[in-house]
Design a protein around this ligand. Structure first.
Ligand SMILES: Nc1ncnc2c1ncn2[C@@H]1O[C@H](COP(=O)(O)OP(=O)(O)O)[C@@H](O)[C@H]1O
Ligand SMILES: [Mg+2]
Length: 373
């Protein structure tokens, strides 16, 4: 079904290395850019339900002879090209960069930067869970990317760990602006193409499939569900399951994450869209404010440590005094016993009193309380 390794595209400009993914609308390849001598990623339009590859050929053909179906494939291919053109207009380092597009083999292609770091989904699989700072390091740049998408009046509609990829330097990149997912806000999107549902990441309104119900809050749900997966390692339940019972807060699963962060994620996953933050800038503000709060608390804790360490000085002084007094007492007793029992000094004779009483008196005088005489 896919192009074979070493297949040349654009008269040898690109050479297919391997297939790396396939969804409902396209096949993704790693390819080699002969001119630039580097890997690139090529996405080929291939509507799985209605396309096939002519045997022993690179050509794509439409399975059906029905005019309606041929028209559908044609319109989806046009949208595929349009989306690539739209994507190419973004100059955002956290949105996948489109480098080229062309038509060949009776289908359409676009060429993207090849991301070597794998997907966030792979990374979660590897790491289990992410702590709060690491989660934010990945999510904050993705929020910037999403804000840029919404500013252009578009929605992504399929944010999930598999659609966040990493560069070699671990910087995150939002990918997969597929035709079923990339819609104009409030725009008249009229295709019979099924709208993809990514279980655990799609909010309730996406199950309804009514484009008029979609808004930036739709993407915000998916983004918070992605954070949920990162911090807990658990794929969130579907919205209907949440309605039936309730969503466990991230903090109930991982107690070491902060309460405020957990609440931001949980609110972002409200089943009712109007109960979520309504814009990316709102959720960014919440996360930034919460981060500031953490920093203030950390500074306070550090100050407390400094203050309490200052208190240890007088305490140490008094402890030191007690220690000196005890040493003094022990030395006194030892000196006295030495004198008393080695007869170095006939103490009873000196005072002219019975020995037993002299012991008490001398001990007292050594300690500073003896007869002043
Ligand atoms: N630019 C890229 N660099 C490297 N791998 C990529 C790139 N784009 C996509 N992929 C890989 O191909 C898979 C499918 O691509 P995606 O655009 O998400 O299409 P689909 O609609 O099939 O999910 C991704 O999960 C990822 O593994
Ligand atoms: Mg994808």
């Amino acid at each position: 079904m896919q192009l074979r390794p070493k297949t040349q595209l654009q008269d040898g400009k690109y050479e297919i290395v391997e297939k790396i993914g396939q969804g409902g609308f396209g096949i993704v390849y790693r390819a080699y850019h002969q001119g630039l001598q580097c890997d690139v990623c090529i996405k080929e339009f291939f509507f799985r339900d209605l396309c096939e590859r002519v045997e022993n050929s690179t050509q794509v053909s439409i399975i059906s002879k029905s005019d309606e179906k041929i028209k559908l494939v044609d319109s989806l291919r046009k949208k595929f090209v349009k989306e690539a053109q739209r994507l190419a207009k973004f100059r955002n380092q956290n949105i996948i960069q489109v480098m080229d597009n062309f038509e060949e083999n009776n289908t359409a292609y676009f060429v993207m930067e090849y991301l070597e770091g794998g997907s966030l989904e792979d990374l979660i699989e590897l790491m289990g869970t992410f702590d709060e700072p690491k989660t934010k390091r990945i999510i904050m740049p993705i929020l910037d990317a999403l804000e840029a998408v919404h500013e252009k009046g578009l929605l992504h509609l399929d944010i999930k760990p598999a659609n966040i990829m990493l560069r070699k330097d671990q910087s995150p990149v939002l990918i997969d602006f597929g035709i079923s997912k990339y819609m104009e806000i409030g725009g008249g999107y009229t295709t019979t193409a099924p709208i993809g549902i990514s279980k655990g990441y799609a909010p309730l309104e996406q199950y309804g499939g009514n484009v008029a119900d979609f808004s930036p809050a739709t993407d915000i749900y998916s983004l918070c569900a992605t954070i949920y997966k990162m911090v807990t390692g658990i794929t969130p339940p579907e919205p209907l399951q949440i309605l039936g019972s309730r969503l466990k807060s991230p903090i109930e699963i991982i107690p070491k994450i902060s309460f405020d962060f957990s609440e931001i994620v949980k609110n972002g996953m409200s089943v009712r869209a109007n109960e979520r933050p309504q814009s990316v800038s709102q959720i960014k503000d919440l996360l930034n404010r919460q981060q500031k709060q953490i920093t203030i608390e950390q500074t306070k804790t550090n100050e407390e440590i400094i203050v309490s360490s200052n208190f240890t000085k007088p305490m140490a002084k008094s402890q030191d005094g007690t220690k000196k007094f005890l040493i003094f007492l022990i030395v006194s007793v030892l000196v006295f016993l030495l004198f008393r029992y080695t007869n170095l000094w006939k103490i009873d004779e000196l005072f002219g009193i019975p020995g037993d009483i002299a012991v008490g008196l001398t001990f007292g005088s050594i300690a500073g309380y003896g007869p002043t005489n």
